[in-house]
Design a protein around this ligand. Structure first.
Ligand code: NAD
Length: 294
């Protein structure tokens, strides 16, 4: 049975969302500036459609001006770049997000880098990545998923992680690498693991803070977890389970929750952990962008 504290990302995100709504109302009243978030989606990927819908709904609930641009699957690179250019120049838009992945004929990097850094609320522009890596967090937009993970880690362990070992499994530009930069900034001793890492369980067992961002269902077992560790499960994996003789879809993380919860000091569930925090961090970045404009 679980000994661990379950980190309730849904509740944390709801509290943050309330605070953002209040700050938004104050900004509108004081300056007339209403935070604007533009989401661009290309094609029909069902998971992306769900994410975009959630982002739009949350933006509206926070009192933002929220626009969605849905482009057909066969859109040209020029058409997407032209839309990004329009949004870059639209004063009502403070944050631009292009939902990834894009259809394979499009150049994801060129499109991501076309968003002006001041509206890059996903934090994927090289300028924002550079500032984060250099430790200049004030002027940068930090990618939403690691930013949300960091708040959950801080809630458990405080802002100063001196003397603690942090192990991140996964080296993506969206999660693993920016997560490492944030943990390093907070004085943790950071190890990044990936598909070529030797004896991953042994490295993971050294972690006071273990972040799993791989995309493999229940990969992290109980005996990978140091007793008392804080475990952050970023993975979202859809698996099929049998319930009363019927096959149903279920969302699980990269961590075997039941096993890990028996060892960990604190752990995020899937769903209800990192996911809701990611969305609210997008709102936080967009509000910050609007406040800078005002
Ligand atoms: P990615 O595919 O870009 O990166 C996966 C990383 O895992 C790679 O660096 C790879 O080296 C590593 N890896 C693959 N197999 C491995 C193995 N056997 N052992 C060790 N490392 C291995 O994925 P991503 O975009 O970083 O996303 C990771 C997971 O997090 C996915 O499940 C994704 O859906 C989820 N995710 C969730 C949120 C959220 O809001 N909750 C946000 C972003 C991503």
């Amino acid at each position: 049975m679980a000994n661990a504290t379950i980190i309730d990302g849904k509740a944390m995100a709801a509290d943050m969302s309330d605070a953002i709504t209040t700050r938004t109302a104050a900004l509108v009243e004081q300056s007339g500036v209403k935070p604007g978030l533009a989401v661009v989606i290309v094609g029909e990927d069902p998971a992306s459609q769900v994410y975009v819908r959630n982002k739009k709904r949350t933006a509206e609930a926070c009192g933002f001006h929220s626009v969605q641009h849905s482009l057909p699957e066969d859109s040209t690179q020029d058409a997407v770049l032209s839309l990004v250019d329009d949004l870059n120049n639209d004063p009502a838009v403070h944050g631009i997000l292009v939902q990834l992945p894009l259809p394979s004929h499009l150049d994801e990097q060129a499109i991501t880098q076309a968003i002006v850094p001041a509206k890059d609320v996903d934090g994927f522009h090289f300028q924002n990545i550079g500032m984060l890596t250099a430790g200049h967090l004030d002027g940068a937009f930090v990618p939403c998923t690691p930013a949300g993970c960091m708040l959950m880690i801080e809630e458990q362990l405080g802002k100063d992680l001196s003397g603690l070992n942090a192990v991140i499994i996964g080296r993506s530009n969206i999660v693993g690498k920016p997560m490492a930069a944030l943990l390093l900034k907070a004085n943790a001793t950071v190890t990044i693991c990936h598909s070529r890492t030797k004896d991953l369980p042994a490295v993971a067992r050294n972690a006071d803070i273990l972040v799993a961002a791989v995309g493999r269902a229940k990969m992290v077992k109980g005996d990978w977890v140091k007793p008392g560790a804080v475990v952050i499960d970023v993975g979202i994996n859809r698996i099929e389970v049998e319930v009363d003789g019927e096959i149903k879809n279920k969302l699980v993380g990269d961590v075997d929750f039941d096993e890990a919860a028996a060892e960990a000091g604190a752990i995020t569930p899937v769903p209800g952990g990192v996911g809701p925090m990611t969305i609210v961090m997008l709102m936080s970045n967009t509000l910050q962008s609007a406040e800078r404009t005002a």
